[in-house]
Design a protein around this ligand. Structure first.
Ligand SMILES: Nc1ncnc2c1ncn2[C@@H]1O[C@H](COP(=O)(O)OP(=O)(O)OP(=O)(O)O)[C@@H](O)[C@H]1O
Ligand SMILES: [Mg+2]
Length: 241
């Protein structure tokens, strides 16, 4: 028999591996002389298994950039792709499904629902995705174990320390196995040691699961834990050296 193998056109590795592609993105708030150019002509990519820190002074544009990548806000110019989806061209319905399945969010203020237990909080995205109850419970248990809170499933947020609450928030962000984790100053409300343990956790998860993470932080100790750092100054990316 002849060899029937057909040579497929080579796909550049970068096209496959880049989970985040940001091309010439700008976002301006306000108009005229009151206009604030929060993000100006920013381009970068981030690959699978990469934890990328985004640093810069207060007002440099970190939150604005993360919100754009996560589809929480729309750029005035440029294009953003996450895991092959064009975030900039997506309609509301597609953005909602991206935010529920492809992208996980962790915020500085944790954002847990106060009346729900740790387990119920982690289960919220799974409920939204209509995962059946039995499977949901099992997945929640695995997630809580992963973030070191196996013994705290029944506790409400106010019965947990800040670091523990942020671990619950990380578990919730991971519930739907997103391709991209976006964390905006996830350690901002924690002491430095607890902050470091959260950053260690994020790093371990990103590397173990081949996810990608974009983490905005001011903290030099945490920047050291990142695989790569993007620096923003007045909305512009400072070239890497
Ligand atoms: N919704 C908005 N309306 C008007 N201006 C905004 C809005 N969001 C952000 N800005 C402005 O855009 C600039 C960048 O803000 P951004 O929140 O992205 O900074 P940041 O780097 O996250 O700062 P911080 O470290 O304090 O969180 C700031 O000048 C801010 O005032
Ligand atoms: Mg911010």
């Amino acid at each position: 028999m002849t060899d029937q193998t057909v040579a497929l056109p080579a796909v550049p590795a970068s096209a496959v591996e880049d989970v985040v592609r940001v091309e010439a993105v700008s976002r301006t708030f306000g108009k005229g002389k009151h206009a604030v150019h929060a993000v100006r002509d920013v381009s970068f990519t981030a690959g699978r298994g990469e934890l990328v820190a985004v640093r810069g002074r207060s007002g440099a544009g970190k939150t604005t950039l993360l919100n754009l990548v996560g589809g929480l806000d729309r750029p005035d110019a440029g294009r953003i792709r996450v895991a092959g989806h064009d975030v900039t061209a997506a309609g509301e319905r597609e953005l909602l499904s991206l935010r529920r399945g492809t992208i996980g969010f962790v915020f500085q203020t944790f954002g847990l629902v106060p009346i729900l237990s740790a387990a119920e909080n982690v289960g919220v995205p799974l409920r939204l995705a209509r995962v059946p109850a039995a499977e949901r419970e099992q997945r929640v248990a695995v997630l809580l174990e992963l973030v070191g809170l196996g013994g705290h499933a029944a506790q409400r947020p106010y019965e947990l320390s800040g670091g523990q609450q942020q671990r619950v928030a990380v578990a919730r962000a991971l519930a739907n196995e997103p391709d991209l984790l976006i964390a905006d100053e996830p350690t901002g409300q924690l002491d430095s040691e607890t902050g470091r343990s959260i950053m260690d956790l994020l790093r371990a998860v990103v590397h173990a699961r081949g996810m990608t993470a974009l983490v905005a932080t001011h903290d030099p100790a945490l920047i050291e834990l990142a695989d790569r750092t993007l620096t923003l100054r007045d909305g512009r990316l400072v070239p890497e050296d």
